[in-house]
Design a binder for this molecule. Structure first.
Ligand code: ACM
Length: 671
């Protein structure tokens, strides 16, 4: 047995790990002890559970058996787990002590042992068991003759207790099946908080019986009924996932005012917002009726969400309508409220009381921070780590989303290397404990049920590792290698991030041969940051999100490969990297031949310059690589082509641009 401790992990890179390097675990466990044999998966595979009363384990073991037989093709004789009293010598013996509570700091640890003829899971709670089963599935592998689990002992527990994914269902509504499959995927990478952003300028998504105009007038008919919310909360609970609702107030609140304009800060007619951005409509904090409506709504929804925490948003309220409202100005004077931040703090304190009366702890984006807040309020930092550190230092619990904005479509590396604990800070260890973890945020301005999975996954698995695993687990190449496997396994849970690329391309091309288009998606990435929807007015909420950009993802695979090989080639001039580059250039020349074979239409026409320019550039650069130089004419043509390729095409950018420019610098010196 070889034991690899975290200390060793900190000292050596993954590439030195040998056997370790073949495991595609994510998040990486805290401690692994390797063995040399394997547990072979055969039809007589059985599971026993030491207690009867865990619905979670009943569901998890059944799903485990289906996934195991589904991926291996082994016809497992028994489709369900047994009680330990019912079976002798089970293949997998599960022992747990108690039903886990869905609350912060619940024990999520587990031990998983695989030996040649037995597997065991031991955990304090059934939630730990769920995680152990996910780890075991990630261990499953095969050789020519068998499917098996490698001999191993894993002792595991999370680094942070709050590991979340936020999904915004206001900008684009997401039906229940989308939510449920994402909950399954969350559990598969040990995320434990689903933050449900349920209201914003673009829609109010919950049935409210006491104030029915909210769902009747402000949702376009797209809202969750109470029964549906209960179904999601139960589904999440069965996976060990807490559900934290968010109703964003007092800004981002147009939808509330479509229903109840009488609580607005400006007297006007409100319509559901169709664009993206920061808008003026805001609740009137000086109007008693505002609090009456909030009380009715929050009192009605509080029991639907059993979690203690309740998110009130609070972000980006610029208070422009407050400034223009004489009554609000008079109120500020009368109560000695010096600015809009203080006025929002006044508003928050009243909301906090409503939530407290309903047994809830308030949380909000970092704008809600105010030194007068009760100490149990949680600050959700999105603008910078400073806000998080300041709040933590003053004794407030905090979570971090800055750096985990997956809607920005930055590289997975960016998110993975975003460490919640900054390198320098002046917090004591006790204060550091106030940093509870973080959340990836899936804002939905530019996603629909068709594309949302490809924006969340597989990248969120890497973020999940940041929240679960030791800080020293930070080797990007190793993460990327493991992520490739984790990614396709997500399909087992119904995640559509891979398959919907082709759904979109079939639609664009009218069901022609997709090969050339697929190859283009492997080098193009959707515009990053908020470039795709500048000013928030290019797209309305009901615009088509079925375009080439929607078939591309944030980490274009061939582009990553190309850029890496350019670096290797420039650094060491290796034969392998040159061969890889030549292969890619030849692929792109041939790709243009294939592209010209499909019948164009207005959408495909837009891609033609990209395909042709890239093919022409590839021909020149093949010459350059083969002759180790470019003549002036070729150099100038290549420069012009690269200039053209740098321009965004149908909301995507060519992700090989940086590599092309670096490669050209080599020829620059020579021609
Ligand atoms: C936010 O992104 N406005 C929280």
């Amino acid at each position: 047995m070889r034991k690899i401790s975290l200390f060793v992990i900190a000292l050596v890179s993954f590439s030195c790990f040998g056997q370790n390097n073949t495991l595609n675990l994510m998040p990486w466990p805290q401690e692994i002890i390797f063995g040399d044999s394997n547990y072979i998966i055969k039809p007589n595979f059985t599971i026993s559970v030491n207690q009867e009363a865990s619905k979670r384990i009943e569901i998890a073991t059944t799903k485990f058996l289906r996934r195991l037989s589904g991926r291996t093709g082994v016809f497992i004789d028994e489709g369900f787990a047994f009680k330990s009293s019912e079976i002798e010598n089970p293949s997998l013996e599960i022992n747990f002590k108690r039903i886990g509570k869905l609350e912060l700091n619940e024990d999520e640890s587990y031990q998983l042992k695989v030996s040649k003829d037995k597997i065991s899971i031991n955990a304090a709670t059934d939630i730990g068991v769920i995680y152990a089963l996910e780890t075991l599935l990630q261990l499953e592998t095969n050789n020519e003759s068998a499917y098996f689990f490698p001999e191993i002992t894993i002792n595991d527990a999370p680094r942070f207790p709050w590991r979340g994914l936020m999904i915004d269902v206001a900008r684009h509504f997401e039906p229940l099946d989308v939510i449920k499959r994402n909950l399954d995927a969350m559990a598969s990478v040990k995320l434990n908080v689903f933050h449900w952003h349920l209201s914003d300028d673009q829609g109010f998504r919950v049935q409210i019986n006491s104030r029915p105009k909210l769902h009747q007038l402000a949702s376009d008919g797209q809202y969750y009924t109470h029964a549906q919310i209960k179904e999601v909360v139960q589904y999440a609970s069965d996976l060990g996932i807490r559900v934290v609702p968010e109703f964003d107030i007092p800004g981002h609140a147009t939808s509330w005012l479509v229903a109840y304009p009488e609580i607005a800060s400006k007297d006007t007619i409100y319509k559901i917002e169709r664009y993206s951005g920061i808008f003026n409509p805001t609740l009137d904090p000086t109007n008693d009726e505002t609090y009456e409506i909030l009380k009715d709504v929050f009192t009605e929804v509080a029991p639907l969400f059993p979690d203690k925490y309740f998110h009130i948003g609070g972000d980006e309220n610029e208070g422009k309508d407050w400034d223009k409202n004489k009554k609000i100005q008079a109120f500020k004077k009368q109560h000695d409220i010096k600015d809009n931040h203080e006025l929002q703090a006044y508003f928050n304190s009243k909301v906090q009381q409503i939530l407290k009366d309903n047994g809830k702890i308030m949380m909000g984006w970092d704008e809600i921070f105010h030194p007068g807040l009760p100490k149990d309020v949680v600050i959700h930092s999105w603008r910078g780590t400073e806000a998080m550190l300041k709040a933590a230092k003053l004794g407030y619990k905090t979570i971090l989303s800055k750096g985990y904005y997956i809607d920005l479509l930055k590289s997975v590396e960016t998110h993975y290397t975003n460490e919640p604990f900054p390198d320098t800070h002046d917090l004591t260890n006790e204060q550091l404990k106030n940093i509870l973890g973080g959340e990836a945020t899936m804002w939905s301005e530019l996603v629909t049920p068709l594309t949302i999975d490809s924006r969340i996954w597989p990248r969120t698995a890497a973020i999940a590792e940041r929240f679960w695993s030791n800080k020293a687990i930070n080797d990007v190449d190793n993460m990327l290698k493991r992520l490739e496997v984790v990614s396709f396994r997500l399909e087992e849970l119904g995640i559509t991030h891979l398959r919907n690329r082709d759904v979109i391309l079939r639609n664009i091309s009218n069901n022609q041969n997709l090969t050339s288009l697929i190859n283009l998606t492997k080098i193009c990435e959707p515009l990053k940051g908020y470039q795709r929807n500048k000013g928030g007015t290019q797209y309305k909420t009901f615009s088509p999100f079925t375009q080439f950009a929607d078939a591309c993802n944030a980490d274009a695979i061939d582009a990553m490969h190309f850029n890496e090989n350019v670096d290797a080639f420039l650094k060491n001039n290796t034969k392998e990297s040159k061969t890889e580059l030549l292969k890619l250039f030849k692929k792109w020349i041939q790709n243009n031949v294939e592209f010209t074979k499909i019948n164009n239409n207005p959408t495909l026409n837009q891609l033609a310059p990209l395909s042709i320019n890239l093919a022409n550039l590839s021909s020149i650069l093949i010459k350059g690589l083969e002759q180790d130089k470019l003549n002036k004419e070729d150099y100038d043509s290549a420069t012009e082509l690269i200039k053209n390729l740098r321009k965004p095409i149908v909301d995507t950018e060519l992700a090989i641009n940086s590599g092309l420019e670096r490669l050209m610098s080599k020829f620059n010196k020579k021609h």
